[in-house]
Ligand binder design. Structure first.
Ligand SMILES: Cc1ncc(C[n+]2csc(CCOP(=O)(O)OP(=O)(O)O)c2C)c(N)n1
Ligand SMILES: [Mg+2]
Length: 900
């Protein structure tokens, strides 16, 4: 294919411009005439040879083409490399001490426990972090939120070791690595803001989550700024350090096009390409750096490869044939790994020796020197050049692909070996070698104890290190913030929802009304961040498009086709909605960025993420979990909830278990409201707890799409709504029998109709309770139970649910549009037990009424269930139940939802 004349690239060192320019056109013309001349005077054969030769020479020069690879050499040539600004000697000594302490921390912890930890990963990335710590990462100051750094999770020992050198951690902390419960302060295995809230900002260790979050964080920073919610003097950079193995996670690469599309030049990714993951090579038969380069270039990123250390510069320069680059290109990562574990003689023979001419390039080097030829990621000068170029690059995100050695410096104990990742112990001989290699001042007689080493406060190393951090604004990582209280509305602000509704609506529609009401609240309207993954129309929220706009960094470059209607697709530069498109993972990442802006920016925002319920915790459960760890706040709104309420959509869409999954996150409050007023009570209290009381919790709200009457809020029910259970409607007076039905969500309607039938036909007065949160009831009960167990001599306490139900008589029946496990969570504390109806099993794409009969959560089955519960308590004869089954027209042998 003929190359476009318009594609003009810089000669070396990266992509410059795709725009046309006069010189380029002239170059094209002169090349064309030379080509024609050659063809005319030498004929096609000779011309072809000539062209091939020239193309061979081109291989020695990086010539980036989107989506294609450049040669397997550094993107930044030595001529363009800046002077290294730091004192390399001092920095090397500091880095060596950090290496030692990081290693000692893990080995020590594992000498008398089995708590685990990793040595090899940080060993490979120490230089990547140290160059950034000494020259790039900017800490938080009054008018700067600090660069936001996602550290590779299992390199955490290195971060702790540095914080120890900085005097932020003491020996006791290091001693208690992975032993938070040992007393005296412990360090969490990985970055967990939940466990170390002053230290870690971003959890990363579940592979892939750090990378995707970093992109949405960078985008969220732009959004905040566009909406006038920042006061920074400079934009922070978002750095993410990830493993090459980690790049296989779909979340890692799944959003890279977003970063390019939105020109996120505030993003710098550093992929530690040590060519290995846990079990073995990342791409033994290929080259991970080249694969990633192609992907990132194709996605529109600025790619900087740092493959070879300074010693290679001269060798590469002296190769005039292109043969060395050919050799570098043809070797696979499995070979490169082997060159690390074998002696220099092996590399000489197998790498250079494949083409005898190449041997000349290293004739002047001993085998020992060959074995010490550094990889780029271990060379501070190369890393500095890459970071500098990355921080200065405009218009595109940058990824740095840094080639390193896993377990660098561990020697026999695990350098470049397949077992490196799991290495947690070192014998005395290995410790001595490590000490020697990194010149650590620890004497022979104590080395077996692996003492931590910190130079005195007045040493050049300590002074240097502190002075560097001071210049850069403070320590990183650090999670520092002053709580900012928001002027959130009280319950009466939602008066519309507290009154009886004029028409039948769904809780989703009620929620839409609530959100629009909130958007009119002076105190917080600006802080609201509605996040929607391409479902606004499904939930009736498209009216917000016009009202508050969809955020788009580019504004709207086109006339929307629906410009003439009210809910037209309205993209604006300061739009408030984050319309994420079809990415629940990306939307969760936005939720997390917004839900933590109180800490990461000192500016609280309130995310309302509204999505298709089934694609919540089931689809992106790990991000739900992380939202807890990172102390995110906000509201996750699972619309189209309920296995039978969302009818027609079938097995893949009908959600009957999100409440259970969301409830597994310790800081998540899952609610299943039945009415608009319950929703208002929950949201108002949530706003208070999160933005006035500063509790680090978030909410999960199940929202349904079935229209039904919305009653006025009864007196005095707020406390019960928030705790999880209250009596909504007492049963008829003067009946012979008593029973209780717990209803929730849309299925509350079954409970209410069953209540009428039970009274009219079966002489049963059934109280209907609204169970808004089984999980919270259970949490309260297990807290009390544990206290009782551990204080047996003291009077036992009673949980809320026990106290509430203590005076009630009659059986208790629960019915919901969810799996039975959800109500059953409180069964141990319900007097006489709980009989539960629910939607266990796969859904079907059928009508609501048939689905409800099929699962047994319809009105009739609720009546039968209540009668059955009475029969079980011997309060009525079983024949009454049998008769009811007949009378109500329920087929007892109806096909069952399959559960194995
Ligand atoms: C989602 C997920 N799956 C698996 C793991 C377990 N795990 C931890 S580190 C690791 C290997 C990482 O390899 P790489 O990303 O190349 O990092 P390196 O240690 O080589 O720098 C694995 C599989 C995890 N932490 N998260
Ligand atoms: Mg790796």
């Amino acid at each position: 294919m003929k190359a476009s004349k318009k594609e003009i690239y810089g000669t070396r060192g990266g992509y410059t411009s795709t725009a046309t320019n006069g010189n380029g056109d002239k170059l094209d013309e002169s090349l064309q005439s030379v080509f024609e001349l050659a063809l005319e005077s030498h004929g096609p054969e000779r011309t072809a040879q000539l062209l091939e030769k020239l193309a061979g020479q081109l291989r020695t020069v990086p010539h980036p083409v989107p989506g294609q690879n450049t040669p397997y050499i550094n993107t930044i040539p030595p001529e363009q490399q800046p002077q290294y600004p730091g004192d390399r000697d001092i920095e090397r000594r500091i880095k060596s001490m950090i290496r030692w302490n990081a290693m000692a921390m893990v080995v020590k912890a594992n000498s008398n426990t089995n708590v685990g930890g990793h040595i090899a990963s940080f060993a490979s990335s120490a230089t990547l972090y140290e160059v950034a710590q000494n020259h790039f990462f900017r800490g938080r100051t009054e008018d700067f939120p600090g660069d936001q750094v996602y550290f590779q999770g299992h390199a955490a020992p290195g971060m702790y070791a540095r914080a120890f050198m900085e005097g932020r951690l003491d020996e006791q902390h290091l001693q208690n690595f992975r032993q938070e419960l040992a007393g005296g302060g412990g360090l969490s295995s990985y970055p967990h803001p939940y466990l170390m809230p002053d230290f870690w900002q971003f959890p990363t260790v579940s592979m892939g989550l750090g990378p995707i979050m970093s992109l949405y964080q960078a985008r969220f920073n732009r959004y905040l700024h566009a909406r006038g919610l920042t006061n920074w003097k400079e934009e922070p950079k978002v750095w993410a350090f990830l493993g090459d193995g980690e790049s296989d996670e779909p979340e890692s690469l799944g959003a890279i096009t977003l970063a390019a599309r939105e020109n996120l030049d505030n993003v710098i990714w550093v992929v530690n390409c040590n060519l290995q993951r846990l079990d073995g090579p990342v791409r033994g038969n290929g080259k991970i750096i080249q694969e990633l380069e192609g992907l990132f270039r194709g996605a529109g990123w600025n790619v900087i490869k740092v493959i070879w250390g300074t010693e290679w510069d001269d060798i590469i320069k002296r190769d005039k044939t292109g043969l060395l680059l050919k050799r570098m290109d043809e070797c696979v990562d499995g070979d490169y790994q082997k060159y690390i574990v074998e002696p220099g003689s092996y590399t000489r023979k197998h790498f250079f020796g494949k083409y005898p001419q190449l041997l000349e390039l290293v004739n002047h080097l001993s085998d020992e020197q060959i074995s010490k030829l550094l990889r780029g990621g271990h060379d501070v000068r190369k890393m500095y050049a890459a970071y500098k170029a990355a921080t200065e690059h405009k218009g595109q995100p940058t990824v740095i692909l840094a080639k390193t050695v896993k377990g660098y410096g561990l020697g026999e104990a695990g350098e470049g070996k397949n077992i490196s990742h799991q290495q947690k112990k070192m014998n005395e001989k290995e410790l001595r070698e490590f000490r020697k290699r990194f010149n650590i001042p620890i004497s022979d007689d104590v080395i077996a104890d692996m003492p931590f080493f910190r130079p005195p406060a007045d040493s050049v190393e300590t002074k240097y290190l502190l002075e560097r951090r001071k210049k850069l604004g403070g320590f990183v990582p650090a999670r520092v913030f002053k709580p900012v209280t928001l002027d959130v509305p009280k319950l009466d602000f939602f008066s519309e929802l507290l009154k009886a509704g004029k028409t039948e609506i769904s809780t989703t529609t009620a929620f839409g009304g609530l959100l629009r009401t909130l958007l009119r609240h002076k105190g917080i309207s600006k802080c609201l961040v509605p996040i929607i993954p391409d479902e606004a129309r499904t939930f009736g929220l498209d009216v917000l498009f016009r009202e508050i706009g969809i955020y788009s960094a580019k504004g709207q470059l086109y006339e929307p086709v629906d410009r003439n209607i009210l809910s037209f697709y309205n993209e604006t530069k300061d739009g408030q909605i984050l319309e994420e498109g079809i990415t629940e993972a990306g939307s969760m990442a936005s939720f997390i960025a917004s839900g933590t802006s109180y800490a990461s920016h000192g500016t609280p925002t309130i995310p309302f993420y509204i999505y298709y319920s089934m694609f919540g915790p089931q689809r992106v459960g790990d991000l739900f979990w992380l939202a807890g760890d990172i102390r995110a706040k906000g509201f996750l709104c699972g619309a189209t909830s309920g296995r039978t309420t969302l009818n027609g959509e079938g097995l893949q869409h009908q959600d009957g278990h999100s409440l259970l999954l969301a409830g597994t996150v310790p800081t998540c409050l899952p609610y299943d409201p039945a009415f608009g007023f319950e929703l208002a009570v929950i949201v108002a209290d949530g706003l208070r707890r999160m933005y006035i009381e500063h509790e680090d919790v978030f909410y999960y709200l199940a929202l349904y799409n079935e229209n039904h009457p919305m009653p006025a809020m009864p007196e005095g029910v707020e406390d019960g709504i928030l705790k999880g259970l209250y009596k909504f409607k007492a049963g008829a007076e003067g009946k012979k029998l008593k029973a209780h039905i717990f209803g929730s969500g849309s299925i509350m309607q079954s409970a209410l109709k069953a209540q009428e039938i039970l009274a009219e036909k079966y002489n049963v007065s059934a109280d209907v309770w609204s169970a808004t949160s089984y999980k919270l009831l259970r949490n309260d009960a297990i807290r009390i139970q544990r206290w009782n167990m551990l204080h047996p001599a003291l009077p036992a306490k009673k949980s809320y649910v026990e106290t509430l139900l203590a005076k009630e008589s009659g059986p208790f029946v629960a019915v919901s549009d969810n799996v039975r496990t959800i109500p059953d969570q409180i069964a141990p504390w319900v007097p006489g037990g709980l009989f539960t109806l629910g939607t266990d099993g796969f859904g079907r794409s059928d009508t609501r009424s048939r689905l409800r009969r099929f699962f047994g959560v319809d009105v009739e089955t609720t009546v039968i269930g209540t009668l059955y519960a009475l029969a079980e308590k011997k309060q009525i004869d079983r024949k009454v139940v049998a008769q009811a089954i007949k009378d109500l027209g329920v087929d007892p042998d109806l096909v069952q939802p399959q559960i194995v």
